[in-house]
Design a protein around this ligand. Structure first.
Ligand code: IDP
Ligand code: MG
Length: 140
């Protein structure tokens, strides 16, 4: 059941100096860091990554937000780390995300178009494989 997931520490977290805090929580949970890189994503990478959201009202704002500065892409590993990281992250809307979660503790509504919510985490084994191929093609 050991699996890998893609975590993105989003530009809001990078700008606020919270990247280390997010990674600390992943390590404290017990997941392994397989690979990690800091990069400012291209629109092309983001269009691939967020293909499922194309056409939604927040899509353009989401791509603009995600391309606005550096993100940290992390490949994590562990038994059931895909749902496990989603639990650590909390609900998509940081106002509703419970205290104790990454989004609940570190995120808030800034009144921006796209939801600034600190992290992305893959939502299924299929998504994880697809997303890791975009952000970490070198892992094979
Ligand atoms: P997830 O990140 O919790 O999996 P998704 O529904 O996959 O949530 O949405 C991808 C990202 O798009 C979210 O993390 C958030 O940044 C943004 N987003 C989702 N829904 C909305 C919305 O209704 N308004 C603005 N931004 C949104
Ligand atoms: Mg999602």
């Amino acid at each position: 059941m050991t699996e890998r997931s893609l975590v993105l520490v989003k530009p809001d977290a990078f700008a606020r100096g919270l990247t280390g805090e997010v990674i600390r929580r992943i390590e404290a949970k017990g997941y392994t860091l397989v690979a990690l890189k800091v990069l400012t994503p291209t629109r092309d990478m983001l269009a691939q990554h967020y293909a499922e959201h194309e056409g939604k009202p927040f899509y353009e704002g989401l791509l603009e937000f995600m391309a606005s500065g550096p993100v940290t892409a992390v490949c994590i590993e562990g038994v059931r780390c895909i749902p496990g990281f989603r639990s650590l992250a909390g609900k998509t809307d940081p106002t509703e995300a419970l205290p104790g979660t990454i989004r609940g503790d570190l995120g808030r509504d800034w009144g921006q178009g796209a939801t600034h919510n600190i992290v992305h985490g893959s939502d299924s084994p299929e998504s994880a494989a697809r997303e890791l191929g975009i952000w970490f093609p070198e892992l094979g």
